[in-house]
Ligand binder design. Structure first.
Ligand code: GLC
Length: 799
């Protein structure tokens, strides 16, 4: 591909070929946007103006200045922006991305494409090849199976409802075409901002190349500078949006089951939770609450008084969340359907009539969430449920899932649709040629759920401006983090799925989605008591902790498994509540900086290839390394500890163990009740007391667990746990030098503390001679406990 002409504007540089183009802009510092338009036959290019392109994912960008240096001798043009430069070889349509130090981060070996002018729908193919040096790791890609490093894998981006899925199933429900490259300890990012069906071959076919292919007419890419993985993520989430801080209650324990029959059963679940002294913050109502699967209705024979049920639950500290599926039953007289028809809100088939399919409702129609009036209408539909006291919404089947298609009086299986000339279909969904306004399904399938989540989020912000929305979604696209938490869909009670959830959630976190979880202890199938315990232990650290199970499978609430499993599960659910100050602070950090709560070890050890292989271990925030047991019958597990010193902190218990040097493999004891964990040197965790449900995130009890080091720092974010009122950010810093360890505390924000005292547990110190600034102190089993006033500002420990 030759791109001989160059046009230079202050914020845009474009290389033109005879019918192709490469356009470069810089939307944010350290970010370049490169539009690759290979498309022969794109007549608009003759006017030297690219058609504007809508992005569903990008929210924040400016137009930063660019400069161009022509190197005639080398035949290249270097486009420079803040933080990055792109050296383009116009003769070949290739480029090299460099950081400000001149280090090569990435290399595009070319792009190409075809247009099939006679095809009405699947007309385009656009491809882009990136060089993949042998020592480069490729992480991210959203919700994908496999190891953390996706090198050697091939993925399709096409949101799909798959039941059951397996540890190698692809695609699943989410499409986030973002990757993080890692080589020699330096990270960079790549985002393909296309809603079309996509594929990527991650150096599987050719070990030296990563190849992207889109069913759309161009490849709109964003390139991100590091150098650390966290820097890339901050930039990516600045571009595609950061997750809002969720209400505190949504970080508590959640119980769900497809098969809870009626209000009576919901009451008894809550009663049993309380009778067994188990913490619980929320119960989900699955599809059976609806009348005939009609969304936004109640089956009054099962739920005669939903508002009464919601207030009874609230009296127990429990919120209700309802499932909301996008499929709208086609039934004249049903208000939602009538409004959708009257407003022309529904997806149409290729011939222009309203598309009919089958999901839970039969026949079903599908709102077209790509259009703003449809989103506004849908957002307002939440009003009745909000007034009933429903606290959150669970968006499901939003790939969208469609089991069968209806044509006239006949119903056809999705697989026979192409043969019957109903349009090509991939997976149980709508045909490629279904119409969303001027667009075809092939183009917007992957952003269907994003539009639905946006409709819900924006609707709730308007309807209840004083509360933070809680949404949970199965499907999504890049940017879904702006609106919703994500769970990984229909897993099974397999040990392999327990294990898989770790790399999956880490991958989602590395793709901007922090608020995630997998169903504990597996949605389909039958869990054992041991699995319940091990999965609850892991789930203690999932940002979203939900126990869920499928109709027809055994009930999986913790008490169904008897002892000792119930007691051990209770201990871990209690630990979840003790961890809330830290988890809440991590979610606040996500909302500010885009970093996920669950982080792979490589996040802070990007050059460590051993750390890269640890797919079944994670960091909870920066400081707590967690190594859950993921195999049946195991009571020990292998862990690699990266650089630094690590204090054994198993089960969040007061630790008297000696710190362990990192960069070594260890074998840790992990009897059924226990999870190996370590606290990083210089790190701290803020813990509170267990509770049966959440109340306020202005913690009445607080203990800091501090691993003393030459330098330490930690943060704590507090507020009412709901709404948009006053907050307080506490910063802790510590310095150890010349026989003293000095801790200092500073705060920002108007929220006054709700406690009189705090406790500091300081580890890895010898018995002090004196402690200044505390009320009292004790030195027990190598741990220094200092009681301080909540307003403390300095504690000096003389050693
Ligand atoms: C889908 C969801 C599952 C839900 C079921 C019934 O399979 O993934 O969580 O329980 O539908 O609504």
């Amino acid at each position: 591909m030759r791109l001989d002409d160059l046009s230079i504007e202050p914020t845009r540089v474009t290389f033109w070929g005879s019918r192709s183009a490469l356009e470069i802009r810089s939307p944010l510092p350290g970010v370049l946007r490169v539009r690759h338009i290979p498309s022969p036959g794109n007549s608009s290019l003759t006017s030297r103006e690219l058609s504007p392109k809508q992005s569903w994912s990008v929210v924040e960008h400016s137009e930063l200045p660019l400069s161009v240096r022509n190197d005639k001798a080398r035949g290249t043009a270097v486009v420079e922006a803040e933080g990055l430069s792109l050296e383009v070889q116009p003769e070949h349509g290739t480029w090299v991305l460099r950081d400000t130090g001149g280090r090569e981060l990435a290399r595009c070996e070319g792009f190409s494409g075809e247009t099939m002018p006679d095809y009405p729908v699947n007309r385009f193919r656009s491809r882009l090849t990136l060089h993949a040096p042998p020592d480069e790791a490729w992480l991210g890609f959203g919700e994908k199976v496999g190891t953390l490093d996706k090198r050697g894998m091939h993925f399709v981006f096409w949101n799909t409802d798959v039941v059951p899925h397996h540890p190698d199933t692809d695609p699943l429900y989410q499409s986030i075409p973002f990757s993080l490259g890692l080589r020699d300890g330096v990270a960079w990012g790549f985002f393909l901002d296309e809603s079309w069906r996509l594929e990527v071959d991650v150096a599987a076919e050719d070990p030296t190349r990563v190849r992207w292919e889109s069913a759309g007419p161009e490849l709109d890419t964003y390139l991100f500078a590091g150098p650390m993985p966290a820097d890339v993520l901050k930039r990516y989430t600045a571009l595609t949006g950061r997750p809002p801080l969720p209400p505190l209650w949504s970080l508590g324990v959640q119980q769900s089951r497809w098969g809870y029959e009626n209000a009576r059963e919901i009451r008894s679940v809550i009663r049993d939770y309380r009778a067994h002294k188990l913490p619980l913050d929320c119960v989900y109502l699955d599809i059976d609450y609806m009348e005939g699967y009609k969304v936004w209705t109640w089956d009054r024979s099962r739920y005669p008084d939903p508002a009464g049920l919601a207030s009874e639950a609230a009296a127990q500290g429990v919120k209700l969340v309802t499932i909301i599926d996008p499929g709208v039953k086609a039934e004249p007289g049903y208000r939602v359907y009538d409004e959708a028809l009257a407003g022309d809100y529904l997806v149409r088939n290729d011939r222009g009539s309203v598309l009919l399919g089958e999901v839970w409702p039969k026949p079903a129609t599908f709102p077209d969430f790509t259009r703003e009036p449809v989103r506004k209408w849908w957002g307002q539909l939440h009003r009745g449920f909000v007034e009933t006291g429903i606290a959150g919404f669970w968006n499901d089947m939003n790939e969208p899932a469609c089991f069968r298609l209806i044509n006239g009086n006949e119903t056809f299986s999705i697989n026979s649709a192409p043969a019957l000339d109903l349009g090509r279909v991939e997976g149980p969904t709508l045909p490629h040629d279904a119409r969303h306004g001027d667009r075809r399904h092939l183009e917007v399938h992957n952003v269907y759920a994003l539009g639905m989540a946006r409709a819900a989020y924006e609707g709730l912000r308007e309807l209840v401006p004083e509360r933070r929305p809680f949404l949970l979604t199965r499907a999504g696209a890049a940017g879904i983090q702006r609106y919703s938490a994500v769970w990984t869909g229909d897993n099974s009670s397999y040990w392999a799925h327990l294990e898989l959830s770790i790399a999956m959630l880490l991958g989602l976190g590395l793709s901007g989605v922090s608020f995630t979880g997998a169903d504990v202890p597996g949605f389909l199938g039958r869990a054992t008591g041991e699995m319940l315990v091990r999965w609850t232990q892991l789930g203690t650290f999932y940002p979203l902790l939900r126990n869920h199970s499928a109709k027809g499978t055994p009930h999986q609430e913790p008490w169904r498994f008897g002892e000792p499993y119930l007691s051990i599960a209770r201990e871990w659910l209690e630990r979840r509540y003790r961890l809330l100050p830290t988890l809440y602070t991590l979610m606040h950090e996500s909302s500010q900086e885009g970093l996920p709560a669950l982080r792979p070890l490589v996040m802070y050890a990007p050059g460590d290839t051993e750390a890269l292989r640890m797919d079944d271990v994670f960091l909870f925030g920066r400081d707590l390394l967690v190594a859950p047991v993921i195999r049946q019958g195991r009571t020990r597990r292998h862990v690699y500890l990266p650089e630094g010193r690590w204090l054994p902190f198993f089960d969040l218990g007061l630790s008297s163990g000696e710190p362990v040097e990192g960069r070594q493999h260890v074998l840790a004891d992990a009897p059924l009740s226990s999870v190996p964990m370590w606290l990083r040197e210089g790190g701290a965790l803020a813990l509170t007391e267990p509770a049966l449900h959440t109340t306020s995130a202005n913690w009445a009890h607080l203990t800091w667990h501090i691993h003393a080091a030459p330098r330490m720092e930690a943060r704590l974010y507090e507020d009412a746990g709901e709404g948009y009122g006053a907050s307080r950010l506490t910063r802790l810093s510590g310095e150890r030098a010349s026989g003293r360890f000095v801790l200092e505390r500073s705060t920002e924000g108007a929220l006054p503390p709700s406690r009189a005292t705090e406790t500091l547990c300081v580890y890895a110190l010898s018995e002090p001679k004196e402690v200044l600034g505390g009320r009292e102190h004790r030195f027990v089993d190598g741990v220094l406990l200092v009681e301080v006033d909540a307003g403390w500002s300095r504690v000096e420990i003389r050693l």
